[in-house]
Write a protein that binds this ligand. Structure first.
Ligand code: ADP
Length: 257
């Protein structure tokens, strides 16, 4: 897997909010099919890294490439340029994101929630999209809730809809931003189980920002520890979570034991 072409590349990416230098130089390749967990203290910039890939946040400097084309580019004169609209549309179609707070459309049934983007953004055939949406909702265990509205579902069910909705787009890469941290503890397991199932059975790349260390150990091919603005440690899940000598990482991990 590591030998495959990187589909996403970050090169010397920095991000500051005013005087706060959150990211100080991120270099990262995400390979096709790779499952990456991003861990680190609160406020270390984990969410910012993935939001830049969704173009929800712009880097302060550096380049981000998706499929070898610049998503964000630093021009020599120091000006940051975003990809043109055509490329942006392609990139957004390749990347799916699941947020902490579901972001479902409240006035649509869960089936319509899943169907909206492929039909309106990608202009896909409605019947095909309907079939795929039903398949994905069954996949996440919600085949009996197609015509329910988000308000009729539990938090865990809403989060599973959000996953089905992202999967219907058939992204090459899925980003999960602390998707269980807004859930009641008893609902966390069902959502992690669905992600585990997706990770095992889908060949898309996945980037998971998470505080669930056992889950990371179980699912990730590679774990990144983000600390003080840089990727302070990375390796296989076992190398990083079980055998690292990095003291800040060890002290971070102790909080989860
Ligand atoms: P993490 O996901 O690791 O908790 P974030 O990427 O959410 O970290 O945030 C990193 C830092 O950047 C935090 O200190 C946060 O307060 C700050 N930050 C994030 N977004 C903004 C914003 N839009 N404006 C100002 N500060 C921000």
């Amino acid at each position: 897997m590591k030998n495959s072409e990187a589909i996403v590349k970050y090169r010397d990416v920095t991000k500051s909010f005013g005087d706060v230098h959150v990211l100080k130089g991120i270099n990262l390749d995400i390979h096709s099919g790779e499952k990456i967990a991003v861990i680190g203290p609160s406020g270390s910039g984990k969410t910012t890294i993935i939001r830049m890939l969704m173009t929800l946040e712009e880097p302060t400097s550096g380049d981000i490439f998706v499929a070898d084309k610049n998503l964000w580019k630093m021009e020599k004169k120091g000006e940051l340029v975003r990809a043109n609209e055509k490329h942006l549309r392609e990139v957004r179609g390749d990347i799916g994101m699941v947020f902490q707070h579901f972001n479902l459309f409240p006035h649509m049934t869960i089936l319509d929630n899943c169907m909206a983007a492929p039909i309106h953004v990608k202009n896909e055939n409605k019947e095909e999209v309907r079939e795929r949406s039903i398949q994905m909702l069954e996949r996440v265990g919600l085949g009996d809730k197609l015509n329910n509205y988000p308000s009729q579902l539990s938090g865990g069910q809403k989060q599973r809809v959000a996953m089905a909705r992202a999967l219907v787009m058939r992204p090459k890469i899925m980003l999960f931003d602390e998707v269980t941290s807004a859930l009641d503890p008893e609902l966390v397991g069902e959502v992690l189980e669905v992600i585990r199932d997706i990770a095992r059975n889908e060949d898309m790349a996945m980037v998971l920002v998470t505080h669930e260390m056992d889950f990371a150990l179980n699912v990730a091919d590679r774990v990144l520890f983000l600390d003080q603005g840089v990727i302070a440690e990375q390796g296989t899940a076992s190398e990083v979570l079980e055998h690292s000598k990095n003291e800040r990482l060890q002290s971070f991990l102790r909080r989860f034991r």
